[in-house]
Design a protein around this ligand. Sequence first.
Ligand SMILES: [Cu+2]
Length: 133
Amino acid sequence: MHLQTFRAGRWPLALLAVIALALGACSATATGTISGSAQAPTPASSAAAAADPNGVKIADFAFTPGTLTVKVGSTVTWTNSDSAAHTVTADDGSFDSKSIAPGGAFSHLMDKAGTYAYHCAIHSSMTATVIVK
Ligand SMILES: [Cu+2]
């Protein structure tokens, strides 16, 4: 008598557990669908952050920009994105990077106003200018 009552009381609990599991599975699926569609394409902000106003890119045997204007006290960084080694050599000898390997970089502090023409000592056709104001 007592055992039968005990067992009868257990069954609804088991059913509730099954229902709860089923509901849990349903809500989990719904949540997954929502978060999946909420993954909107994120704007490529890294491209804007990579733009250095005092940077010169070396690529395709050329300095870009060909003329860079910076303020006195700026550090200019040349990045060699080419497949060949290059140099950043001031025509007046005020700075010289020596050979910059592909993927390498060279920085120089522009602490005096002036117009600095420079070239690549390896490839004489590569010329550019930094104007320091
Ligand atoms: Cu070069």
